[in-house]
Ligand binder design. Structure first.
Ligand SMILES: C[S@@+](CC[C@H](N)C(=O)[O-])C[C@H]1O[C@@H](n2cnc3c(N)ncnc32)[C@H](O)[C@@H]1O
Length: 700
């Protein structure tokens, strides 16, 4: 069972290797058991399909059930999906004892797809594409099997090809459409009184609920995102009216209808028609609700990156893989039971996702509660909360959450607890447990304001999610700084920074702000579960953070997923990082238990060179309870890893903040009193160069 001498297959060494591995595996098993059953071959073939799929960034699903056009439930042995969650092809294994052709006939009658499917009985494989048999071969013939598999994996559905073409075209066409839309909105501001009045009203409300620093430019942007994406949602979900009912969408429709109708609308969006049309035809191939959700996530990321790359970066527009979401929900459930004797579904356990994106955590929570309809209904109406600050994900979350609830219960019900708000600005609920609620919204009665106020009145017990973690901008020229948050930043200063010995600190990172906000929002007890940047585990600037959380929380569990490409250039973001990014990632669970703090820290690290797939399947297969954590005793400098056990801290420092600011000599302990951080231009790209001439040119 090997390849012939023909070099044709040589141009794709990896694929050839995969087929060779398949033969080797069969030989190995034969040596053990003396014979090879069809079950063994089938398992080895499944592994071959899985490995090939992984190599091409496709997903292999075993026994994935769906409905055929004849309305039969069918379940091929393998289904291979694109990243868009549209099927690439199928595999069906039959018994050796059966007649393969008769079995194929039966399956096709039942409605098995005929666009790209392999049938095999461990001796012979048949490939059907576009309703016709295109190839058949002995499974022991390496070259032929390789050829068949290549035809199978290279098959490209027309819809996918068109979708990819449309996305590329979208990138080209969008800027002109954006300019046209901006012009139209500018003209409406200038000479359309009805529009102007509606826009002013909308801005006043937006300032009050979402974020007080919003201005006219933000209204323009929200309107643009709304107009560009409303079509997408009506294409993906069957009910075009679906999100008209939403309170924020309703306001934006009112605004839109004052200036953007009929021919103006048609002409402006004309260039994007092909994009919308292909989204529609691609979405039609997706049969299951869960797959639609995944499809929307891809659209969410893709769209945002084309629409506004910088904003996508500061907001952290990236969806959370399902394995992570499920692992965190199971973990939070275990912890609330262990520490507070209540499961997530129990009454009184209110759960908040403060940066909900596409609403994955809430959707997965609903899935988690499946089978307990009455309790789930109460949770949905009363005790599940989510916030989002950008209009596009807010819409996606709204649609996803309501559609998930409808899919599970068979009934549509509005999700009343999704707030369009900047979580970090919404400090109304902080301190609620200590009896002084800040009232930001006196006198306003908009539905979104009501929702935010209602959320702020609740005692939140679990905060779970994937907050943004853009660690400042990469380059000063990006002009992409995160904004400041006076209340939260002051809290960071008086805690994480006050406790830090680092000379300079970047703890105003978005993810640290979310940790600060969430710690305060939980009040005296509860569970915080975040997936974030992993830098808090070992970075010098987070020493104060580590000290404070270890004092505030009773139990801390950290699963370090690594993948920090900057600290280990041998890693690749796409291959080793669970989000496909350069920044390392960690999942943390922090349990707050009133005054009984005193931080027991448990730490587990996944192997440095595990691939993203390995890490995700680890999370998919394991429960946090079963993870082999190591108990950590921080050292005197609040290090959690790379502990130092030495007496260097007893030595006089060269320079320190305390000496620099000391009012009297007796308070000085460092050798030097003054220190500065040297020359810093923050414009390196412009004021440094290897050649003086080039530098002079830049400065002119
Ligand atoms: C990493 S994504 C969340 C992904 C989500 N779990 C999913 O799978 O779709 C972070 C989200 O938080 C939102 N966000 C960022 N800053 C926020 C803030 N201050 N308040 C509320 N939401 C915020 C972003 O717009 C983005 O959609």
């Amino acid at each position: 069972m090997t390849f012939g001498a023909d070099g044709r297959a040589g141009h794709c060494i990896l694929s050839k290797q995969l087929v060779q591995d398949y033969f080797n595996e069969i030989d190995r098993l034969k040596k053990f058991s003396g014979s090879v059953t069809e079950g063994v071959i089938s398992e080895a073939f499944k592994d071959l399909l899985k490995a090939w799929s992984r190599q091409k960034n496709l997903q292999f699903l075993a026994q994935y059930e769906f409905e055929s056009p004849q309305k039969n439930r069918i379940r091929p042995d393998g289904t291979i999906l694109h990243d868009l969650r549209v099927p690439l092809g199928y595999w069906e294994a039959k018994d050796e004892a059966d007649d393969l052709d008769v079995e194929i006939e039966k399956k096709l009658k039942k409605g098995y797809p005929q666009d790209n499917i392999i049938f095999e009985d461990s001796r012979e494989a048949v490939l059907i594409q576009n309703r016709a048999e295109v190839m058949r071969c002995r499974m022991t013939d390496g070259d032929e099997l390789l050829r068949l598999l290549k035809l199978f994996f290279e098959y490209e559905r027309q819809e996918i090809a068109e979708f990819r073409k449309a996305v590329a075209q979208f990138k080209t066409d969008l800027p002109a459409v954006l300019d046209a839309l901006r012009d139209k909105i500018g003209a409406a501001y200038a000479d359309n009184a009805a529009f102007k009045a509606a826009a002013d009203r909308f801005l006043a409300h937006a300032k009050d609920t979402i974020n007080p620093t919003l201005g006219e430019a933000d209204v323009r942007e929200m309107l643009i995102q709304h107009i560009l994406t409303e079509e997408i949602f009506s294409q993906v979900f069957d009910d075009p009216e679906f999100h008209r009912k939403n309170n924020i969408a309703h306001e934006l429709y009112v605004l839109e209808e004052t200036f953007f109708t009929g021919a103006t609308r048609r002409d402006t969006l004309n260039a994007l028609r092909p994009y919308y049309a292909t989204i529609k035809s691609t979405a039609q191939l997706i049969t299951r609700h869960a797959e639609k959700q995944s499809f929307l996530k891809v659209i969410y990321e893709n769209f945002y990156k084309v629409y506004d790359k910088k904003k996508a970066d500061t907001l952290g527009v990236v969806y959370t893989p399902n394995e992570i979401v499920k692992f965190m929900i199971d973990g939070a459930d275990w912890l609330t039971q262990k520490h507070f004797g209540k499961a997530l579904i129990d009454e009184g356990v209110e759960i908040l996702d403060p940066a909900t994106g596409t609403g994955t955590f809430i959707c997965e929570l609903l899935e988690h509660f499946r089978g307990q309809p009455e309790k789930m209904k109460r949770k949905y109406k009363e005790e599940l909360h989510a916030n989002e600050v950008a209009i596009l994900p807010y819409y996606v979350a709204n649609l996803n959450i309501e559609a998930t609830y409808a899919a599970i219960t068979g009934q549509y019900a509005e999700f009343p607890n999704l707030c369009f708000v900047d979580t970090l600005d919404n400090v109304g609920g902080l301190g609620i447990r200590r009896g002084h609620q800040h009232d930001l919204f006196a006198g306003l009665s908009d539905e979104n304001i009501e929702r935010v106020k209602r959320q702020n009145r609740r005692k939140i017990s679990v905060i779970i999610g994937n907050p943004p973690y853009n660690a400042n901008q990469q380059n000063e020229n990006d002009n992409n700084k995160n904004r400041t948050y006076p209340h939260i930043d002051a809290a960071i200063k008086s805690t994480y920074i006050a406790q830090s010995t680092a000379q300079k600190t970047k703890v105003y990172d978005m993810y640290a702000r979310f940790f600060r906000w969430a710690s305060d929002r939980l009040g005296d007890e509860g569970v915080l579960a975040f997936v974030t940047n992993r830098s808090f585990i070992d970075s010098r600037t987070f020493d104060g953070f580590r000290k404070v959380v270890a004092e505030d929380f009773a139990d801390i569990y950290v699963v370090d997923l690594g993948g920090d490409v900057r600290s280990n250039p041998k890693l690749s973001g796409t291959k080793h990082n669970v989000f496909g990014i350069q920044t390392g990632v960690a999942i943390s669970f922090l349990v707050k238990k009133g005054k009984r703090a005193g931080g027991r820290i448990y730490y587990a690290r996944r192997p440095e060179f595990d691939t993203a797939d390995d890490k995700l399947s680890f999370l998919g297969l394991n429960h946090v309870e079963a993870v082999a954590f190591e108990r950590i005793e921080p050292d005197i400098n609040s290090n959690w890893v790379n502990l130092t056990r030495n007496d260097w801290d007893t030595f006089a420092p060269m320079a320190d903040k305390q000496t620099k600011s000391a009012k009297s000599k007796s308070k000085e302990r460092a050798i030097f009193r003054t220190f500065v951080s040297g020359i810093k231009t923050n414009r390196d790209e412009w004021v440094y160069d290897f050649a003086s001439d080039a530098l002079r040119q830049k400065l002119m």
